[in-house]
Design a protein around this ligand. Sequence first.
Ligand SMILES: Cc1cc2nc3c(=O)[nH]c(=O)nc-3n(C[C@H](O)[C@H](O)[C@H](O)COP(=O)(O)O)c2cc1C
Length: 285
Amino acid sequence: MDEQLLSAISKRHSTRTFLPDALPEDVVSQVSAFAQGLELPFESNTEFQFFKSAPGKGLYNNGIAPANGIALIGETDLVSISKTGFAGELVILYAASIGLSTCWFGHYKLAELGKYIDGIAEKERIKETSLGLGYGYGDQVDVGKRVICCIPFGHGDENAKRLIDRVMKKLGANRKPLGELLDENTTLSALPPDIAEVLDLARPAPSAGNSQIWRFGYNKTTNVLTIAKPIGYKHFKWEHSDVDVGICAAHVWLGLVDKGYKPKVTVEQREDRAVWVFELNQASE
Ligand SMILES: Cc1cc2nc3c(=O)[nH]c(=O)nc-3n(C[C@H](O)[C@H](O)[C@H](O)COP(=O)(O)O)c2cc1C
């Protein structure tokens, strides 16, 4: 399975214009079974709610949805949202591996989503987001469980790609070189070659606005790899970059497992960010 997910990294890209038809039930069940059976290397409270929506423009501000979607629901502390990114990306890669198109959407319309899933779109929560959008644009931190992101999945409409798809595809192909993704204490020359290869696999990970805000740290003495956003970082439009860091961590984890590592994985909040710690000398439980 890990190999299947790893080889899907090069197949995945964001699709924003989908064919409207619902997927056959057995295909949806296949994705759902993968999501529900996910074995993560840490404790997690992420839930996956599979839903069907009216296809079209109702749910996403800049996307044409298919009939099938997944709502990623989790606690809103930084560690939990980052873990949600990790779990969601494994599902996205699985969907890509069986030929489906997907896109992460942080900006979905909460009121619209509330028509398809019970109990997630209380009035106070809708008010909390100007424009009624999802878990971005919030005026304040929402505590408790909520929908962190949505993932439409289906077949992309290749004939109807809009400007946003073309622009974003270009952006999507545009990834920072590894040297720009290292934290202030880490240099390229300090990275063992196999770790550099693993980090290379994390470069194509998706991020909101293609911000690629993850920074890798590596300590040779302790053989510990870390991933986090820089302290104080804020994206102008997406408030939850720790989700993106978790997405990147999923790629790193797949790469490490492929190289034969069984790292102990922990995620902790340090200052204003979630920090992923991969202890490469340790075996996971
Ligand atoms: C957490 C997250 C939230 C995102 N939210 C949106 C969104 O609301 N609308 C959108 O069009 N794209 C969204 N994207 C998709 C990114 O724009 C896309 O991943 C990035 O440009 C890289 O392109 P690629 O996925 O094709 O490699 C999101 C991506 C992530 C990881």
